[in-house]
Design a protein around this ligand. Structure first.
Ligand SMILES: [Zn+2]
Length: 350
């Protein structure tokens, strides 16, 4: 990945290039921002620039052996750590990132590095399971960094979503963040730095990558359009049926949603909350920051008048309560049946 392959973020690119050009590379760094803001592509471009022997005009050359190996995520001195898991894992079995390097390479190649946690889990075929970064993984990282650099450049560890480390892993990592070895770069790429222990946060130099939410959704949407539009349609249908008091059809709606996978149902509810909040913003005359476009914007504009102080809090409460119950593995049929009826009571014609 070259900096020129990344759209926008010119200010951040210039700043990153300058730190390398002036030899002020901190050994422990963290890029933070949402998936669609380009934190991962920026991290990859940064590492490639750092290791390129033939930098030109503030970018890596893209053609030298180092650049080519880094671009294909196959450089012997660059290690990747990401949250992993597998369906049907035996108890006591620990799996580490290296097992999933082929999937990782494919994901980065297909999306240009613009993907979020859920898209990664989908690529791993995880249903109702999250990834995690284990103590064993942290041990392996330290072991790998103990080797001499194969190619004479920086040895780098790029850890994607360090917030998925468990406490033991974080404690292990702390040791190396406290006294980083010469010629090594520890680069964390976090979407939710607030979940990291303060001990880690205080030891990394942070680069905050701004990302308009609009940008995020557009990027992620491109990769996941079918699902997003289905969720939007489910929202529209729920609101239409509720508005018209079609109880029988609402039950069918609940049945259909209940038959989807659990992770999918949680994403759907999160999406509903977003659409609801956006409608409220439109209602309040804040359309500019509602981050909607196309069919979503059209619908939410029409729907906005039915959302207001009298019902919005209760609606969000119902959605969050359903989401909470789904997280606790409640029966989907019961949760969504109750949910559909509760929503229909809150959406009324007058
Ligand atoms: Zn190069």
């Amino acid at each position: 990945m070259r900096f020129s392959d990344i759209k926008g973020q010119e200010e951040i690119k210039r700043r990153l290039v300058r730190t390398i050009d002036t030899g002020r590379v901190s050994h422990a760094q963290m890029f933070t921002g949402e998936a669609g803001s380009g934190t991962l592509p920026l991290a990859l471009a940064y590492i490639q620039y750092l290791n390129c022997p033939d930098r030109k005009k503030g970018d890596s050359c893209g053609v030298c052996p180092s650049c080519k190996k880094i671009a294909s995520l196959a450089h012997p001195d660059i290690h990747f750590v990401m949250p992993v898991n597998k369906q049907g894992k035996k108890s006591g079995e620990t799996i580490t990132s290296d097992t999933f390097l082929p999937e990782w390479r494919r994901m980065v190649a297909e999306t240009g590095g613009y993907f979020d946690e859920q898209m990664w889990y989908d690529a791993l075929g995880l249903e109702n399971l999250q990834g995690l970064i284990s103590k064993k993984e942290a041990d392996e990282v330290i072991h790998k960094l103990g080797f001499k650099s194969f190619e004479g450049g920086y040895k780098c560890v790029l850890m994607w979503l360090p917030e998925k480390m468990n406490t033991e892993a974080a404690n292990t990592l702390l040791k190396i963040l406290e006294e980083p070895w010469a010629g090594t770069l520890f680069l964390l790429v976090s979407a939710r730095p607030g979940l990291l222990p303060a001990t880690i946060l205080s030891r990394v130099q942070e680069t905050v990558v701004p990302g308009g939410e609009f940008e995020v959704r557009r990027q992620l949407r491109g990769a996941d359009t079918a699902e997003a539009s289905e969720e939007f349609e489910a929202f529209v249908e729920l609101m239409r049926l509720s508005y018209n008091d079609k109880h029988l059809e609402l039950m069918k709606w609940a049945e259909r949603v209940a038959s989807l996978g659990r992770e999918r149902q949680k994403r759907m509810l999160e999406n509903f909350i977003r659409l609801l909040r956006s409608s409220l913003m439109i209602n309040a005359g804040l359309e500019d920051i509602a981050y909607l476009w196309g069919a979503e914007l059209d619908f939410c504009r029409k729907f906005a008048p039915f959302i207001g102080a009298h019902n919005v809090e209760k609606l969000v409460e119902e959605m969050e309560s359903a989401l909470g119950q789904m997280r606790q593995n409640a029966s989907a049929t019961i949760v969504f049946t109750h949910f559909a009826l509760a929503v229909s009571k809150l959406i009324t014609k007058n």
